[in-house]
Ligand binder design. Structure first.
Ligand SMILES: NC(=O)c1ccc[n+]([C@@H]2O[C@H](COP(=O)([O-])OP(=O)(O)OC[C@H]3O[C@@H](n4cnc5c(N)ncnc54)[C@H](OP(=O)(O)O)[C@@H]3O)[C@@H](O)[C@H]2O)c1
Length: 338
């Protein structure tokens, strides 16, 4: 069984394909034969040594897969028969031809869903659900600023905003603006060359937006774009990633420059600052399960459609990482196993 390892921090080429023993299905687990594995920005950050939640190196990352059930552990029955097409939240180990997963993290896939689509759902859409529905209380008529809107989480968030009847202002590199408009974004801002704060003020007639989803780290400015009663969701810090190779020193001034939000100021501004980290909710698998089942219903009803931007064979995981770091992706990047 082959898997892709991060042996040490470094540029994409440090990723190593290794042969190893087949995983064993422990009690209450199944082994999934992987057909598609979702690539997340967190995996890139893990390779660069910038992701505190990553397992100790050498490690195999990968939060989510789609494939077929290969073996059942003791006590597994019901829906999850051998050969069944499934999606699984793996919490590492997903960059592999097979992975053992507890059944609570496994979901039967709709017949019409491709493996690539299946591997594109869990992390992106669950994160978007937590931000927009649990915390953000997104409603019809709201204006939502989505940073890196053309990425995996961004595209999922756009679709959930559309379901809610909210209008999206999306930031992304200029080459992605046509894709954003096609996805239903009302206004696209090139946040690398334009001042998004000024643009948001202009687009909203000075009022600001009701919700900001920010994983770039521009929290201070994002906060200023909020209208009264607005909510800022902080869920990442992608500007910490400065190049293909690790550069931890470059992160320090960015960390130091992060804002502190004082309760008295929040009170007087009528604004909320919220943090979301899906990776810290593993002890709430009941909640994640409920939301995943809801998302699969949304898929079957045609309300959501995962945007698979590009696929790479598992053996070319390094190219997948480079593709994301060079900001080329629109939607999800997926590794495939023939
Ligand atoms: N807290 C959570 O639970 C959670 C869960 C999932 C993801 N996240 C975070 O959400 C963000 C999006 O994740 P994703 O997996 O969907 O990735 P993604 O958005 O598909 O990531 C790639 C895109 O990010 C943008 N980007 C911004 N800063 C970048 C940088 N320094 N280097 C390269 N690209 C950069 C680029 O788009 P442009 O060309 O438009 O700049 C790039 O195409 C990440 O920061 C991730 O860590 C957090």
């Amino acid at each position: 069984m082959r898997s892709v390892w991060i042996p040490r921090t470094g540029p994409p080429d440090v990723l190593e394909l290794r042969d190893g023993p087949e995983p064993v299905a422990g009690p209450g687990q199944v082994v999934v034969r992987v057909r598609a594995s979702g690539v997340n920005f967190a995996d890139v950050s893990a390779r660069l040594g910038l992701y505190p939640d990553a397992p100790p190196r050498p490690c195999v990352v990968g939060y989510e897969v789609a494939g077929t059930i290969d073996r059942l552990g003791a006590g597994v029955d019901g829906d999850l028969a051998v050969g069944r097409r499934v999606i699984a939240l793996t919490r590492f180990g997903g960059y592999a031809e097979a992975v053992a997963v507890p059944v609570a993290q496994v979901f039967p896939m709709p017949d019409s869903m491709s493996f690539e689509e299946g591997a594109s759902i869990p992390v992106n859409y669950l994160t978007a659900v937590l931000m927009l529905r649990h915390f953000g209380n997104v409603r019809a008529g709201d204006r939502v600023l989505v940073h890196a809107a053309a990425g995996g989480v961004g595209m999922a968030a756009i679709q959930l905003c559309r379901i809610a009847g909210a209008e999206v202002i999306g930031t992304a590199s200029a080459a992605k603006h046509a894709a954003l408009r096609e996805a239903g974004v009302a206004h696209a801002i090139d946040y690398r060359t334009q001042d998004f704060e000024q643009e948001v003020k202009r687009l909203t007639g000075g009022r600001g937006v009701d919700l900001v989803l920010d994983a770039t780290g521009a929290f201070r400015k994002s906060y200023r774009t909020l209208a009264p009663l607005g909510r800022l969701v902080c869920f990442g810090f992608s500007t910490a990633v400065t190049g293909l190779a690790p550069n931890r020193l470059a992160v320090i001034p960015k960390l130091v420059a992060l804002p502190w939000f004082h309760p008295i100021r929040l009170m007087n501004d009528n604004k909320a600052v919220i943090g979301v980290n899906l990776g810290h909710l593993w002890d709430r698998i009941d909640l994640l399960r409920r939301e995943m089942l809801g998302l699969l219903d949304d898929y079957q009803a045609g309300r959501i459609r995962p945007i698979v931007g590009k696929t790479f064979p598992l053996t070319e995981a390094a190219a997948a990482h480079r593709y994301i770091q060079e900001r080329q992706n629109v939607g999800k990047v997926v590794l495939t196993v023939a």
